[in-house]
Design a protein. Structure first.
Length: 333
Protein backbone atom coordinates (compact mmCIF):
# COMPACT_ATOMS: atom_id res chain seq x y z
CA UNK A 1 0.00 0.00 0.00
CA UNK A 2 1.24 3.48 -0.84
CA UNK A 3 1.85 5.88 2.02
CA UNK A 4 2.81 9.46 1.08
CA UNK A 5 3.87 8.31 -2.37
CA UNK A 6 6.13 5.57 -1.06
CA UNK A 7 5.41 1.87 -1.38
CA UNK A 8 6.46 -0.47 1.39
CA UNK A 9 7.36 -3.69 -0.44
CA UNK A 10 9.65 -6.42 0.88
CA UNK A 11 12.45 -6.80 -1.67
CA UNK A 12 12.46 -10.58 -1.57
CA UNK A 13 14.30 -12.52 -4.23
CA UNK A 14 11.17 -14.23 -5.51
CA UNK A 15 9.44 -10.85 -6.02
CA UNK A 16 12.09 -9.50 -8.37
CA UNK A 17 11.19 -9.48 -12.03
CA UNK A 18 7.51 -10.00 -11.28
CA UNK A 19 4.36 -7.96 -11.68
CA UNK A 20 2.83 -6.73 -8.44
CA UNK A 21 -0.77 -5.62 -7.92
CA UNK A 22 -0.53 -2.82 -5.33
CA UNK A 23 -3.40 -1.10 -3.59
CA UNK A 24 -3.15 2.63 -4.21
CA UNK A 25 -5.92 4.32 -2.31
CA UNK A 26 -9.40 3.09 -1.46
CA UNK A 27 -10.62 0.37 -3.84
CA UNK A 28 -7.97 1.26 -6.42
CA UNK A 29 -5.22 -1.05 -7.56
CA UNK A 30 -2.28 -0.44 -9.84
CA UNK A 31 0.12 -2.80 -11.58
CA UNK A 32 3.87 -2.43 -11.01
CA UNK A 33 7.01 -4.26 -12.05
CA UNK A 34 9.80 -4.73 -9.51
CA UNK A 35 13.40 -5.07 -10.66
CA UNK A 36 16.87 -4.49 -9.27
CA UNK A 37 19.76 -2.53 -10.73
CA UNK A 38 23.38 -3.63 -10.68
CA UNK A 39 24.17 -1.16 -7.88
CA UNK A 40 21.60 -2.88 -5.63
CA UNK A 41 18.87 -0.27 -5.89
CA UNK A 42 15.33 -1.24 -6.79
CA UNK A 43 13.14 -0.04 -9.63
CA UNK A 44 9.36 -0.03 -9.32
CA UNK A 45 7.72 0.85 -12.62
CA UNK A 46 4.03 1.49 -13.12
CA UNK A 47 2.43 -0.63 -15.87
CA UNK A 48 -0.78 1.01 -17.17
CA UNK A 49 -3.68 -1.45 -17.36
CA UNK A 50 -4.59 -0.39 -20.90
CA UNK A 51 -1.32 -1.87 -22.18
CA UNK A 52 -2.93 -5.30 -21.83
CA UNK A 53 -4.69 -4.73 -25.17
CA UNK A 54 -1.42 -4.15 -27.03
CA UNK A 55 -0.34 -7.84 -27.49
CA UNK A 56 -3.63 -9.01 -29.08
CA UNK A 57 -3.78 -5.89 -31.24
CA UNK A 58 -0.23 -6.49 -32.46
CA UNK A 59 -1.04 -10.12 -33.28
CA UNK A 60 -4.29 -9.25 -35.09
CA UNK A 61 -2.78 -6.41 -37.13
CA UNK A 62 0.26 -8.45 -38.20
CA UNK A 63 -2.00 -11.37 -39.14
CA UNK A 64 -4.17 -9.09 -41.28
CA UNK A 65 -1.18 -7.43 -42.95
CA UNK A 66 1.12 -10.39 -43.56
CA UNK A 67 -1.40 -13.29 -43.39
CA UNK A 68 0.98 -15.28 -41.18
CA UNK A 69 -0.92 -16.36 -38.10
CA UNK A 70 1.79 -18.28 -36.19
CA UNK A 71 4.47 -15.60 -36.54
CA UNK A 72 1.93 -12.89 -35.69
CA UNK A 73 0.89 -14.73 -32.54
CA UNK A 74 4.52 -15.17 -31.54
CA UNK A 75 5.25 -11.46 -31.97
CA UNK A 76 2.09 -10.64 -29.98
CA UNK A 77 3.25 -12.86 -27.11
CA UNK A 78 6.70 -11.25 -27.37
CA UNK A 79 5.11 -7.81 -26.99
CA UNK A 80 3.23 -9.06 -23.92
CA UNK A 81 6.41 -10.50 -22.40
CA UNK A 82 8.21 -7.19 -22.98
CA UNK A 83 5.42 -5.29 -21.19
CA UNK A 84 5.29 -7.83 -18.34
CA UNK A 85 9.07 -7.53 -18.02
CA UNK A 86 8.79 -3.89 -17.06
CA UNK A 87 9.42 -2.39 -20.52
CA UNK A 88 13.08 -1.83 -19.81
CA UNK A 89 14.36 0.08 -22.83
CA UNK A 90 17.69 1.25 -21.40
CA UNK A 91 19.47 -1.69 -23.01
CA UNK A 92 18.96 -4.00 -25.98
CA UNK A 93 19.73 -6.83 -23.57
CA UNK A 94 16.32 -6.52 -21.88
CA UNK A 95 14.56 -6.53 -25.24
CA UNK A 96 16.21 -9.82 -26.12
CA UNK A 97 15.57 -11.10 -22.60
CA UNK A 98 11.85 -10.83 -23.26
CA UNK A 99 12.38 -12.89 -26.43
CA UNK A 100 14.10 -15.63 -24.42
CA UNK A 101 11.27 -15.44 -21.87
CA UNK A 102 8.76 -16.17 -24.64
CA UNK A 103 10.76 -19.18 -25.85
CA UNK A 104 11.38 -20.61 -22.37
CA UNK A 105 8.15 -19.89 -20.52
CA UNK A 106 5.46 -19.50 -23.15
CA UNK A 107 6.70 -22.14 -25.60
CA UNK A 108 8.82 -24.76 -23.84
CA UNK A 109 7.06 -24.66 -20.46
CA UNK A 110 3.67 -24.42 -22.16
CA UNK A 111 4.45 -27.58 -24.13
CA UNK A 112 5.41 -29.27 -20.86
CA UNK A 113 1.82 -28.87 -19.69
CA UNK A 114 -0.21 -32.07 -20.03
CA UNK A 115 -3.39 -30.14 -20.79
CA UNK A 116 -1.76 -28.24 -23.64
CA UNK A 117 -0.17 -31.39 -25.02
CA UNK A 118 -3.46 -33.27 -24.92
CA UNK A 119 -5.08 -30.55 -27.05
CA UNK A 120 -2.22 -30.68 -29.56
CA UNK A 121 -2.20 -34.48 -29.75
CA UNK A 122 -5.99 -34.65 -30.01
CA UNK A 123 -6.03 -32.06 -32.81
CA UNK A 124 -3.27 -33.89 -34.69
CA UNK A 125 -5.06 -37.23 -34.37
CA UNK A 126 -8.35 -35.71 -35.52
CA UNK A 127 -6.54 -34.10 -38.45
CA UNK A 128 -5.00 -37.45 -39.33
CA UNK A 129 -8.39 -39.13 -39.16
CA UNK A 130 -9.91 -36.48 -41.43
CA UNK A 131 -7.11 -37.03 -43.96
CA UNK A 132 -7.58 -40.82 -43.88
CA UNK A 133 -11.36 -40.74 -44.34
CA UNK A 134 -10.86 -38.23 -47.14
CA UNK A 135 -8.34 -40.39 -48.98
CA UNK A 136 -10.29 -43.64 -48.52
CA UNK A 137 -13.38 -42.13 -50.16
CA UNK A 138 -15.45 -41.91 -46.99
CA UNK A 139 -15.74 -38.12 -47.09
CA UNK A 140 -16.80 -38.21 -50.74
CA UNK A 141 -19.38 -40.85 -49.83
CA UNK A 142 -20.80 -38.60 -47.12
CA UNK A 143 -20.95 -35.74 -49.63
CA UNK A 144 -22.88 -37.93 -52.05
CA UNK A 145 -25.28 -39.02 -49.30
CA UNK A 146 -25.97 -35.49 -48.12
CA UNK A 147 -26.24 -34.19 -51.67
CA UNK A 148 -29.57 -36.00 -51.92
CA UNK A 149 -31.00 -33.78 -49.20
CA UNK A 150 -29.16 -30.60 -50.14
CA UNK A 151 -31.21 -29.29 -53.05
CA UNK A 152 -30.42 -25.59 -52.68
CA UNK A 153 -27.94 -23.22 -51.00
CA UNK A 154 -30.41 -22.88 -48.13
CA UNK A 155 -30.69 -26.63 -47.44
CA UNK A 156 -26.91 -27.08 -47.85
CA UNK A 157 -26.32 -24.47 -45.16
CA UNK A 158 -28.95 -26.05 -42.92
CA UNK A 159 -27.30 -29.49 -43.18
CA UNK A 160 -23.97 -27.87 -42.29
CA UNK A 161 -25.59 -26.33 -39.20
CA UNK A 162 -27.21 -29.67 -38.32
CA UNK A 163 -23.90 -31.53 -38.54
CA UNK A 164 -22.26 -28.82 -36.42
CA UNK A 165 -24.83 -29.41 -33.69
CA UNK A 166 -24.59 -33.21 -34.00
CA UNK A 167 -20.80 -33.31 -33.47
CA UNK A 168 -21.02 -31.70 -30.06
CA UNK A 169 -18.25 -33.44 -28.12
CA UNK A 170 -15.34 -31.20 -29.17
CA UNK A 171 -15.03 -27.91 -31.02
CA UNK A 172 -11.73 -28.83 -32.72
CA UNK A 173 -13.14 -32.09 -34.06
CA UNK A 174 -16.33 -30.30 -35.06
CA UNK A 175 -14.46 -27.72 -37.13
CA UNK A 176 -12.22 -30.24 -38.89
CA UNK A 177 -14.90 -32.82 -39.62
CA UNK A 178 -17.82 -30.59 -40.59
CA UNK A 179 -15.70 -28.12 -42.53
CA UNK A 180 -14.03 -30.82 -44.62
CA UNK A 181 -17.20 -32.85 -45.06
CA UNK A 182 -19.49 -30.07 -46.21
CA UNK A 183 -17.00 -28.05 -48.26
CA UNK A 184 -17.76 -29.83 -51.55
CA UNK A 185 -21.52 -29.80 -50.88
CA UNK A 186 -21.63 -26.05 -50.28
CA UNK A 187 -19.27 -25.46 -53.23
CA UNK A 188 -21.71 -27.35 -55.44
CA UNK A 189 -24.50 -24.93 -54.51
CA UNK A 190 -22.26 -21.84 -54.74
CA UNK A 191 -22.19 -21.05 -51.02
CA UNK A 192 -19.16 -18.89 -50.29
CA UNK A 193 -16.32 -20.30 -48.21
CA UNK A 194 -16.75 -17.29 -45.94
CA UNK A 195 -20.32 -18.35 -45.16
CA UNK A 196 -19.28 -21.97 -44.66
CA UNK A 197 -16.52 -20.88 -42.26
CA UNK A 198 -18.98 -18.71 -40.33
CA UNK A 199 -21.52 -21.53 -39.92
CA UNK A 200 -18.86 -24.07 -38.92
CA UNK A 201 -17.11 -21.76 -36.47
CA UNK A 202 -20.35 -20.47 -34.94
CA UNK A 203 -21.65 -23.95 -34.19
CA UNK A 204 -18.42 -25.63 -33.02
CA UNK A 205 -17.70 -23.72 -29.80
CA UNK A 206 -21.29 -22.78 -28.81
CA UNK A 207 -22.58 -26.35 -28.97
CA UNK A 208 -19.51 -27.64 -27.10
CA UNK A 209 -20.12 -25.01 -24.42
CA UNK A 210 -23.68 -26.12 -23.61
CA UNK A 211 -23.53 -29.88 -24.24
CA UNK A 212 -23.62 -32.14 -21.18
CA UNK A 213 -20.63 -34.27 -22.15
CA UNK A 214 -17.79 -32.58 -24.02
CA UNK A 215 -14.02 -32.23 -23.85
CA UNK A 216 -14.65 -28.84 -22.23
CA UNK A 217 -16.26 -30.38 -19.15
CA UNK A 218 -13.01 -31.16 -17.30
CA UNK A 219 -11.71 -27.60 -17.57
CA UNK A 220 -15.09 -26.04 -16.78
CA UNK A 221 -15.60 -28.16 -13.67
CA UNK A 222 -12.07 -27.30 -12.54
CA UNK A 223 -12.82 -23.58 -12.91
CA UNK A 224 -16.03 -23.99 -10.92
CA UNK A 225 -14.22 -25.87 -8.13
CA UNK A 226 -11.50 -23.21 -8.00
CA UNK A 227 -14.10 -20.47 -7.88
CA UNK A 228 -16.05 -22.11 -5.05
CA UNK A 229 -12.92 -22.78 -2.98
CA UNK A 230 -11.87 -19.16 -3.44
CA UNK A 231 -15.06 -17.81 -1.85
CA UNK A 232 -14.52 -17.44 1.92
CA UNK A 233 -17.37 -18.77 3.99
CA UNK A 234 -19.19 -20.22 1.00
CA UNK A 235 -20.38 -23.77 1.48
CA UNK A 236 -21.83 -25.30 -1.67
CA UNK A 237 -24.42 -28.03 -1.27
CA UNK A 238 -24.09 -28.89 -4.98
CA UNK A 239 -21.36 -30.60 -6.95
CA UNK A 240 -19.42 -28.71 -9.58
CA UNK A 241 -21.26 -30.62 -12.31
CA UNK A 242 -24.64 -29.75 -10.78
CA UNK A 243 -23.64 -26.08 -10.72
CA UNK A 244 -22.57 -26.36 -14.37
CA UNK A 245 -25.95 -27.85 -15.35
CA UNK A 246 -27.79 -25.15 -13.40
CA UNK A 247 -25.77 -22.42 -15.12
CA UNK A 248 -26.74 -23.54 -18.62
CA UNK A 249 -29.92 -21.46 -18.42
CA UNK A 250 -27.65 -18.39 -18.46
CA UNK A 251 -25.66 -19.47 -21.53
CA UNK A 252 -27.20 -16.74 -23.64
CA UNK A 253 -24.41 -16.37 -26.20
CA UNK A 254 -24.16 -20.03 -27.30
CA UNK A 255 -27.93 -20.49 -27.53
CA UNK A 256 -28.58 -17.18 -29.28
CA UNK A 257 -25.70 -17.78 -31.69
CA UNK A 258 -27.07 -21.16 -32.75
CA UNK A 259 -30.53 -19.61 -33.16
CA UNK A 260 -29.13 -16.62 -35.03
CA UNK A 261 -27.46 -18.85 -37.63
CA UNK A 262 -30.74 -20.67 -38.23
CA UNK A 263 -32.50 -17.33 -38.63
CA UNK A 264 -29.93 -16.13 -41.18
CA UNK A 265 -30.20 -19.39 -43.15
CA UNK A 266 -34.00 -19.38 -43.13
CA UNK A 267 -34.45 -15.67 -43.95
CA UNK A 268 -31.50 -15.63 -46.42
CA UNK A 269 -30.19 -12.45 -44.83
CA UNK A 270 -26.49 -11.58 -44.92
CA UNK A 271 -24.68 -8.41 -43.96
CA UNK A 272 -21.60 -6.45 -44.99
CA UNK A 273 -18.64 -8.45 -46.35
CA UNK A 274 -20.59 -11.69 -45.92
CA UNK A 275 -23.29 -10.37 -48.24
CA UNK A 276 -20.67 -9.39 -50.83
CA UNK A 277 -19.07 -12.84 -50.59
CA UNK A 278 -22.43 -14.56 -51.12
CA UNK A 279 -23.25 -12.36 -54.13
CA UNK A 280 -19.83 -13.15 -55.61
CA UNK A 281 -20.31 -16.89 -55.12
CA UNK A 282 -23.85 -16.93 -56.57
CA UNK A 283 -23.10 -14.79 -59.61
CA UNK A 284 -19.60 -15.92 -60.58
CA UNK A 285 -19.31 -19.34 -58.93
CA UNK A 286 -16.13 -18.22 -57.14
CA UNK A 287 -16.66 -19.63 -53.65
CA UNK A 288 -13.27 -18.27 -52.53
CA UNK A 289 -11.62 -14.94 -53.20
CA UNK A 290 -9.07 -15.09 -56.01
CA UNK A 291 -6.26 -14.08 -53.65
CA UNK A 292 -7.46 -16.37 -50.88
CA UNK A 293 -4.89 -18.64 -49.21
CA UNK A 294 -7.38 -21.54 -49.40
CA UNK A 295 -7.16 -22.17 -53.13
CA UNK A 296 -7.88 -25.66 -54.39
CA UNK A 297 -4.22 -26.50 -54.92
CA UNK A 298 -3.76 -26.84 -51.17
CA UNK A 299 -6.78 -29.16 -50.87
CA UNK A 300 -5.92 -31.71 -53.57
CA UNK A 301 -4.10 -33.84 -51.00
CA UNK A 302 -7.51 -34.64 -49.47
CA UNK A 303 -8.99 -36.04 -52.69
CA UNK A 304 -9.79 -39.81 -52.65
CA UNK A 305 -7.11 -42.11 -54.01
CA UNK A 306 -7.81 -43.56 -57.44
CA UNK A 307 -10.13 -46.54 -57.26
CA UNK A 308 -11.24 -45.96 -53.65
CA UNK A 309 -14.91 -46.89 -53.05
CA UNK A 310 -16.98 -43.81 -52.20
CA UNK A 311 -18.80 -45.32 -49.22
CA UNK A 312 -20.28 -43.07 -46.54
CA UNK A 313 -19.70 -45.59 -43.76
CA UNK A 314 -15.92 -45.32 -44.26
CA UNK A 315 -16.26 -41.87 -42.72
CA UNK A 316 -19.18 -42.38 -40.34
CA UNK A 317 -17.69 -45.38 -38.51
CA UNK A 318 -14.38 -43.63 -37.55
CA UNK A 319 -16.23 -40.45 -36.50
CA UNK A 320 -18.77 -42.46 -34.49
CA UNK A 321 -15.94 -44.31 -32.73
CA UNK A 322 -14.28 -41.00 -31.84
CA UNK A 323 -17.56 -39.74 -30.37
CA UNK A 324 -18.18 -42.93 -28.38
CA UNK A 325 -14.62 -43.21 -27.08
CA UNK A 326 -14.56 -39.52 -26.14
CA UNK A 327 -17.82 -39.84 -24.23
CA UNK A 328 -16.55 -43.00 -22.51
CA UNK A 329 -13.30 -41.27 -21.53
CA UNK A 330 -15.16 -38.27 -20.15
CA UNK A 331 -17.54 -40.48 -18.19
CA UNK A 332 -14.73 -42.68 -16.87
CA UNK A 333 -12.56 -39.77 -15.73
Amino acid sequence: TFLKGQASIPAEADALGKLLLIKNGHKHYSLYHLSQYVDGSYRLRHIPMWLSVIPPLVAILLALIFREVIISLFVGVWAGAFIAGGMRIESFYYFMLSFLEVVQRYVIEALNNSGHLSVLVFSMLIGGMVAIISRNGGMAGVVQAFSRYAQSPKSAQFITWLLGVAIFFDDYANTLIVGNTMRKVTDQFKVSREKLAYIVDSTAAPVAAVAFITTWIGAELGYIDDGISGLPGFEADMTAYAIFIASLRYSFYPVLTLAFILMIIYLKRDFGPMYKAEIRARKTGEVSRKMSATEEGDLEDLDPVQGAPLKWYNAVIPVALVILMTMFGLFDT
